[in-house]
Design a protein around this ligand. Structure first.
Ligand SMILES: Cc1cc2nc3c(=O)[nH]c(=O)nc-3n(C[C@H](O)[C@H](O)[C@H](O)COP(=O)(O)OP(=O)(O)OC[C@H]3O[C@@H](n4cnc5c(N)ncnc54)[C@H](O)[C@@H]3O)c2cc1C
Length: 427
């Protein structure tokens, strides 16, 4: 048993669960408080019309090393929860890039030069752009927007439209005109600039709850951890050297909530005024997932396809997730899609998919889940807090605290690990 007393973790998203998993693995007892009735936060399963789906379709990639490590640790074996496949960006009839199973950097070089839909000049320019970036160790002299950065490096035309901009939108959930070029460069460093397996797509084979949250909860509970669901924590108070939550004493506390949920927990503690002011300046971006349910025999030629718009961005076939016939259309960040009601949006997405792959039967039903504050808007020079706070024994976790990455599952998981290391270091 560790020397650490019981630790409270407020929030059972992927950050809180990663933190709880790491502490549990280090024999430190945890109690996890979660406001909602279920685990997973912004990456959770939902029941819709008798189907287990997700609050938002997610994509994991091979670069999510810490997520994969924790999945293995809790027994959610990636081999059965995600399907690893070489990166393929396929906009049927328009553009296709497929990375071959060759060691880096040949996978990228050959993938880029065999891509269809872009000119040789553009491909050369993109390869040189990646090379320059690598030479400068993915560090920009100063942060700017992705759009300005791509302009400065003459990344225009088809590869900008179907490679750089969609990657930016998918990873940062912020339009290139507003997104941080430095954070995008960090993403490129660890994906396209990393080893071959880092670029792999990890396509879900089950709902999000089964990929990590459910197994993590078993792992934690089997080793003495406690979960209090449907329990929203209000202000937290000092008690001796520790903390009081409700009427329970904890030696240390990790606040693993989204940035917009910090204020009610800390408002009465002046030491955190600067932190609250920092996160009060954050803007947020939406994501919608429109589920269109076709007859069960309908399949996409590949489980993830790009749509050239004007509305659709990506569509995922949920056949392998146990939802045969259900297509999940992902619409990231602020855009025209957000001005449409659900019943206007679905027919347009259906028409865009037909334009891409040919005639389809009419969908049997459609439902759209809109997450208004899906992620913080990842802007240039955005100030980000770390795990340590102004008070001893009080830590932060959550995607926004892992400053190297945008709001992603991997960022959330890594933030939870860093917070756990802080807790263990202090005990
Ligand atoms: C629709 C959508 C699609 C996405 N797609 C991708 C993707 O494809 N790939 C990817 O990597 N990332 C994606 N993301 C981002 C990713 O889901 C998030 O970065 C990640 O889930 C954030 O986890 P977190 O633990 O930091 O925060 P959260 O998930 O927000 O967890 C915080 C938890 O704290 C709880 N809480 C808040 N206040 C209190 C309180 N006072 N007391 C108790 N509990 C409280 C909340 O209920 C919540 O469960 C997507 C996000 C959304 C919404």
């Amino acid at each position: 048993m560790s020397a650490c007393g019981r630790v409270a973790i407020v929030g059972a998203g992927w950050a809180g669960l990663a933190c709880a998993t790491e502490l549990t693995a280090a024999d430190t007892p945890v109690t996890v408080f979660e406001a909602s009735r279920q685990l997973g936060g912004r990456a959770r399963s939902v029941e819709l019309d008798g189907h287990t789906l997700d609050n938002g379709q997610h994509l994991l990639v091979g670069a999510y090393r810490e997520t994969l490590r924790l999945m293995r640790r809790v027994g959610a074996e990636p081999a059965s929860t995600v399907q690893r496949t070489p990166l393929r960006l396929d906009y049927p009839g328009t553009f296709r890039l497929e990375l071959p199973e060759l060691p880096a950097p040949w996978h990228l070089a050959i993938g880029l030069f065999t891509a269809t839909g872009a000119s040789l000049r553009e491909k050369l320019s993109a390869a040189l752009f990646m090379q320059r970036l690598k030479r400068q160790h993915y560090r920009l002299d100063r942060d700017t927007t992705v759009a300005a950065w791509l302009d400065a490096h003459r990344q225009t035309g088809i590869l900008r439209r179907f490679l750089w901009e969609p990657l930016c939108l998918a990873a940062l959930n912020t339009s290139p005109a507003q997104a941080s070029a430095q954070i995008f460069a960090n993403v490129l460093r660890d994906s396209l600039g990393g080893s071959r397996d880092a670029t792999d797509l990890l396509l879900q084979q089950c709902d999000l709850g089964q990929i990590f949250p459910a197994q993590a909860a078993h792992f934690i509970a089997d080793r003495g951890g406690e979960f209090r669901l449907s329990t929203r924590i209000g202000e937290i108070h000092r008690q001796g050297n520790g903390w009081l939550i409700g009427d329970e004493h904890f030696e240390q506390v990790v606040l693993a909530v989204a940035p917009q949920h910090l204020a009610p927990l800390l408002a009465s503690r002046p030491a955190h005024a600067a932190l609250l002011q920092m996160v009060a300046g954050y803007a947020y971006e939406p994501i919608a997932t429109a589920y269109l349910a076709y007859p069960e025999t309908v399949r996409l030629p590949f489980p993830m396809l790009g749509l050239p718009g004007p509305l659709g961005q990506w569509v995922f076939d949920r056949h392998d997730m146990g939802n045969a016939g259900i297509m999940a259309f992902v619409l990231s960040a602020d855009g025209d899609w957000d001005k449409l009601e659900d019943d206007q949006l679905a027919p347009k997405l259906h028409a865009e998919l037909e334009a891409a792959i040919g005639p389809l039967p009419a969908p049997r039903w459609q439902r759209t889940i809109r997450e208004r504050r899906a992620t913080f808007s990842c802007r240039p020079d955005l100030p980000r807090p770390g795990a340590a706070t102004a008070e001893r024994g009080l830590w932060l976790a959550g995607d926004y605290t892992y400053g190297d990455y945008p709001a992603t599952l991997e960022g959330a998981v890594r933030s939870g690990i860093v917070a756990a290391q802080g807790v263990l270091g202090e005990s």
